[in-house]
Design a protein around this ligand. Sequence first.
Ligand code: ARG
Length: 589
Amino acid sequence: MQTFIEALSAKTGEAFRAAGYDEKYGKVTLSNRPDLCEFQCNGALAAAKEYKKAPIMIAQDVAAKLEGAACFSEISAVAPGFLNLKADPQFLCDHLTEMAGAEHFGYAGEETPKRIVVDYGGPNVAKPLHIGHLRAAIIGESVKRICRFAGNEVIGDIHLGDWGLQMGLIITELKERQPDLPYCDEIFTGEYPQEAPFTISELEEIYPTASAKSKEDDAYKEAALQATFLLQHGNRGYMALWHHIMRISVADLKRNYENLSVDFDWWKGESDVQPIIPEMVEDLKKSGLAHESEGALVVDVTEESDSKEIPPCMILKSDGASLYATTDLATLLDRRSVFDPDQVIYVVDKRQEMHFVQVFRTARKAGIVKEGTGLDFLGFGTMNGRDGKPFKTRSGGVMRLETLISDINEQMYKKIMENHETDPEEAKQTAKIVALSAIKYGDLSNQATKDYIFDIDKFTSFEGNTGPYILYTIVRIKSILSKYAENAGGSAKSCKLTLPDNETDRALMLEIVKFHDVMEGAYREIAPHKICAYIYDVANAFNRFYHENKILTESDSKKQQGWIALLLLTRNILETCIDLLGFEAPERM
Ligand code: ARG
């Protein structure tokens, strides 16, 4: 369906045409002087040049033609040539009624749906998930859901880092601790044990220990590099260990992501595309794109319009080892053969931007992606502590994601128990739901590319621009709706919207009709923060309405039913939006 602004613009355009001007000047926007009017059209100012006429005269001509138009209740031409407009209540009500009855509230989304891969998460297997991975997970999940809501076929791919030096480090450390393991015995030809020689908590301790050792001990580092090399060349024992590491680590990752309501369609990793690298490299050489430079194999990717230097994309190191870019290029090839995407969106730390510029340019030059494939890098900023520096634990270490989340759950649980007497089990469940909204909304309400301050006290507050405030609003609406169902015995679903009764329900209606424009902006610009800003406005408008009107005791039943219908629509809109952000509302809180 048409968006509200489109509908108003179409009518205004018609009036321009009827008055003898081009209808393109009829674009209506939200008023930037809400004290004077709700909407405005500045077209007369632009038309003045073309028609060599005073803008106010054009505005007056158009206003005369708009007189009696169904969509406006007030139209005035004001100096120097603005049209100040107010929406007609019946028109507003009809538009909302259409929204309430339509799928996705009438949001049309993509005209020709695309196949999209969202590459996000990107954790490194066997290293504990830390808060650095939080943003990728939260933003990526939301981007995936927004793209889906717009009608596309979307795959979320975790793109595990599962083929790097961390594996060699772990193998080296295991070898030191358990020298008798058959995996390291070169002449062993039997079956390797089914059980891994470590648990997840051991694994989480082994990696940092090994990593620290390798920084101080050159021989140890050499051994780790050698183990990585052997693994990457198919050493049987090391491969068996690698499978153990993968199995245990991936199970743990799944549990962690599940707690965050983040879910991937593909659990592919860097290791999966290793077999297709040699042929890809051969092709790059054959086409003449890749050439040797100081022993390494590189592809030049500079373009004339570059304002800063873009270094060549490294394909192979001088020892023949493939690199980060090689794997990402091979992954694009793999995605093309199994899914043939029209667009790939990467949600990764913005410090990796250069890497993606190099990869995207190489992929296009080499025809690794088909012509016209959208390659988008959504680089996110750093999550900082209240001191403005990258978020750390109290003792200055890297905070584990699990610890962070359980701390916030705990804080939320206390808050809920303080607020009112509740069954502790239920309070625990509720705390989890509300805490997740605090974390996700706290992140998503900022523009992704910007750094932001992770302020737990602020994020968990039930007031202000926070996730818990949004949930609180939804819960409040749910409670009114269920009380209405109990008292009046009627279902909210059969209630019909009515004309706004006063300024507060009207203001709420005017917020809700922005839905389509907000969705379109969030989708086209890959910008979840636009949805946050919208639901914050809707929640504020609802709460103002709630405080000014006695909904449940209203004696005019038609008016009451209109309000109930408006509440139902508000709740549905808010719940749809938070689902797109990746969280949900509890029944009570
Ligand atoms: N594992 C990488 C890291 O921790 C992130 C992967 C991002 N995705 C990609 N296709 N390169 O830095």
